[in-house]
Write a protein that binds this ligand. Structure first.
Ligand code: ATP
Ligand code: MG
Length: 732
């Protein structure tokens, strides 16, 4: 009997079939935690080790940069050698790489810059103004959504017929915006994909070059690819075209985890794949290795309420495990306090914080959670939250570098012309903008010309001239210095560092630290030479890295910390202990999803994704009352909780705490048992009347029995804390 290859020993039979099915296209369709990503990693190693495939001819696509780095590491670990030549990254990262290599073919300047979503919105706003459109009628955010959505569908302005006034106007904005981007050498995220797609579609030589190169294309999380991403894969694999060498496509995915429909992802791509690649082998994995039986069964029960699924079986021979905890909080502060308390216990029992994830539906929920964790002195990290490269001071510094790298970069120009303040006001900037528009030149050129022609004179003229000189001098002095030194120079000579140093307080201190951190980031970046693209200066490569980095790399990378993240960004990850919070009707499922068709099922898939992140223990929490946009809202528990078999749920009662704790916690109430509180005759959400303050709603309490105090939100005078015994509240 043949000995089994070591690469196959840690796999079950179905996984082995998938890994070793060479010479054909492959679809792995399977539920959460069944080893899809593991199969992908092993398949790459298998191809290289046993099939003589060069890493150079492999292209692997993942959903985040972090996932790509992890995957590369795991392949290298299996092989015991480096696989640098392999292309591995996100669709955006790979598209960027293609555009850098072929900038001329796609009509971009060599120093083109990536426009992030913030800057994109600002530019669109400017376009709306310059078209003399009413911003209220045509909100920049909506125009941004329109443009990106069309690009994701592969549509340019000339593809749009503009039947109605809405479409016509947005099309006009799209057109103007695109002209401005092209003139300034700016490329937004959606444009990266679209341009790279057009390059492959329209340029035969380039297409054939990559078709010859990539013999194997592998895609993780395929259920969340959009139209343009899928057609990219088709072009690269040369399907339907006569090719000398066929290339093979492996996709892995789970229709039940498709959660980006709202952003244009098309789960239908899975079925489309089977039509486009009819010879593909389909492998279904059915054993889950991640979660306890309880967690898995509960998740399966929830997702079973969706229609039109492709259908999958999922089982585990793992233990039954603990029941799923359900905690009903009085409000979001109580919820956060409870979670912090649970994490404290977990940690005291000798478990690592990094094994804990707190998942929420909307980003705004993180603030209260952060507050409670800070209070409990539990280190945490926001995964995919405000990214290092999104912070104001970092963006300021990067804008200097961008302008040095490309004088056409209008977005960078606008950001820093008066940061730090150098006496260039809105009026002057307005004149420069008008000049740029009339002459059809970048703001930089307009500024220089207006000074030369003495249209800008006096203080304003001098200030503008000093600014352009500063940038020119910066470029000269940066020369060929190492990247870190270049950035250090820019931060200091521009006056940015001095400006933030002069500010007072914690925030300013953090900003200075962030600027310093940017220099270290550059120093480290120099060493990561596999990220540096050919034919691109280190500065260019770093700027692209900063724009693409999805913030997964935060400052204290190695500290043991709890992970906070949205349910969306938890995709593909796993943690021994998972909290899902805010599981309330109107928040999760979201209010919007209750009215738009198809959205509710997407929310349920999101719930399935969240639940299946948990390995050992899942805790679900919800708040009976929650402040949303400054308004107190009362909600019922989410329908998804009702879909979990009741015998798998364990209702957790809040524990009593001492009252000094309540003061230390400020607005966090003591957590005295709800029953003790209701004995006082009031309940949360109840309407009451006070002789002086009038009517209001009970929103919080502390203490229990006759000593308790209630917080009432009075209609006329706002919220007040009152001692129950003295207040003589009437129930109404
Ligand atoms: P998701 O749908 O959430 O992305 P997935 O299908 O990609 O999940 P993996 O992350 O690859 O699943 O695997 C889930 C867990 O199960 C991982 O910890 C993985 O190492 C483990 N695992 C998978 N297959 C096996 C196996 N045959 N033996 C032991 N452990 C396995
Ligand atoms: Mg996976």
């Amino acid at each position: 009997m043949m000995h089994e290859h070591p690469l196959l020993t840690q796999l079950n039979e179905k996984q082995r079939d998938a890994v070793s099915a060479t010479g054909r296209h492959l679809l792995v369709l399977a539920g959460a935690g069944s080893g899809k990503t593991r199969v992908l990693v092993h398949r790459i190693a298998w191809l290289i080790q046993t099939q003589g495939v060069s890493p150079h001819s492999i292209l692997a696509v993942t959903f985040t940069n972090k996932a790509a780095a992890e995957m590369r590491g795991r392949v290298e670990q299996l092989l015991g050698s480096s696989v640098r030549a392999m292309w591995m990254g996100t669709f955006h990262g790979l598209a960027h790489r293609l555009l850098r290599a072929h900038y001329m073919d796609v009509g971009l300047p060599q120093n083109f810059q990536i426009l992030d979503s913030d800057d994109q919105q600002r530019l669109i706003k400017r376009m709306i103004r310059s078209l003399n459109l009413d911003e209220k009628r045509w909100p920049p955010k909506q125009a941004q959504w329109f443009i990106n959505h069309k690009k994701d569908e592969g549509l340019r302005p000339h593809h749009l017929d503009g039947y109605d006034i809405n479409e016509r106007t947005f099309k006009e904005i799209y057109e103007a915006y695109q002209v401005a981007c092209d003139r300034a050498g700016l490329v937004d995220f959606a444009e990266l994909l679209l341009r790279a797609h057009e390059l492959l579609r329209d340029n035969k030589a380039v297409r054939e070059h990559y078709q010859r190169r990539f013999r194997h294309i592998l895609v993780d999380e395929f259920q969340d690819t959009n139209t343009i991403q899928y057609s990219w894969i088709k072009l690269l694999s040369g399907v339907g075209q006569d090719q000398e060498y066929p290339s093979y496509v492996t996709i892995v995915g789970d229709d039940d985890q498709s959660i980006y429909g709202w952003r244009g992802a098309r789960v239908e791509n899975i079925q489309q794949f089977l039509q486009d690649y009819p010879q593909a082998l389909t492998v279904r994995l059915e054993q889950n290795y991640r979660s306890t039986n309880t967690i898995l069964t509960a998740a399966n029960e929830v997702i079973a309420n969706n229609q039109g699924r492709l259908g999958k079986e999922l089982w585990t021979d793992g233990s039954i495990g603990e029941p799923i905890d359900l905690y009903v909080a009085y409000n979001e502060m109580d919820e956060a306090r409870f979670i912090a308390g649970q994490i404290e216990q977990w940690h005291e029992q000798g478990n690592a914080l990094q094994d804990v994830a707190v998942l929420y539906r909307s980003n705004a929920q993180s603030r209260v959670l952060e507050e409670a964790l800070l209070h409990a002195r539990i280190p945490y990290r926001i995964y995919g939250g405000l990214r290092f490269f999104d912070r104001q001071e970092v963006k300021d510094a990067l804008a200097y570098l961008r302008l040095v790298a490309s004088r056409q970069d209008d977005a960078a120009f606008e950001r820093i012309i008066n940061t730090p303040t150098r006496g260039i006001g809105d009026r002057t900037l307005g004149i420069i903008r008008d000049g740029g528009r009339e002459r059809g030149v970048p703001l930089w050129d307009a500024a220089k010309q207006l000074v030369q022609e003495k249209i800008l004179t006096g203080r304003a003229g001098n200030a503008v001239a000093a600014f352009t000189d500063l940038i020119d001098q910066l470029e000269d002095s940066m020369g060929d210095l190492p990247l870190g030194r270049q950035v250090d120079l820019a931060i200091k000579n521009s006056g940015l560092m001095a400006m933030y140093q002069a500010e007072k307080g914690d925030k300013a201190e953090t900003r200075v630290e962030n600027l310093q951190e940017l220099v270290s980031a550059c120093d480290n970046f120099n060493q990561l030479d596999d990220v540096i693209l050919e034919d691109v200066s280190p500065l260019q490569a770093f700027l692209a890295h900063a724009a693409l980095e999805s913030g997964e790399e935060q400052a204290e990378e190695h500290q043991d910390a709890v992970q906070l993240m949205t349910l969306h960004s938890a995709k593909g990850l796993e943690f021994p202990l998972v909290f899902m919070c805010g599981v309330e009707e109107g928040l999760f499922p979201s209010q919007q999803s209750l009215t738009e068709s198809g959205r509710l099922e997407e929310e349920r898939r999101l719930c399935y994704v969240g639940m299946t992140r948990a390995m050992q223990k899942l805790v679900i929490t919800y708040a009976e009352s929650r402040r949303i946009y400054g308004q107190e809202k009362f909600s019922a528990v989410s329908r998804f909780v009702g879909e979990i078999p009741p015998n798998m749920l364990h209702h957790v009662r809040s524990q009593s705490r001492t009252s000094h704790h309540s003061h230390a916690l400020g607005r966090f109430h003591t957590g005295a048992s709800h029953e003790a509180f209701t004995q006082t005759g009031y309940s949360l959400g109840q309407r009451v009347r006070h002789s002086k303050f009038g009517e209001g709603t009970v929103i919080n309490y502390e203490g229990s029995g006759p000593q308790s105090r209630v917080q009432v939100n009075f209609d006329a005078v706002g919220s007040k804390w009152l001692a129950v015994d003295y207040a003589r509240l009437e129930r109404c």
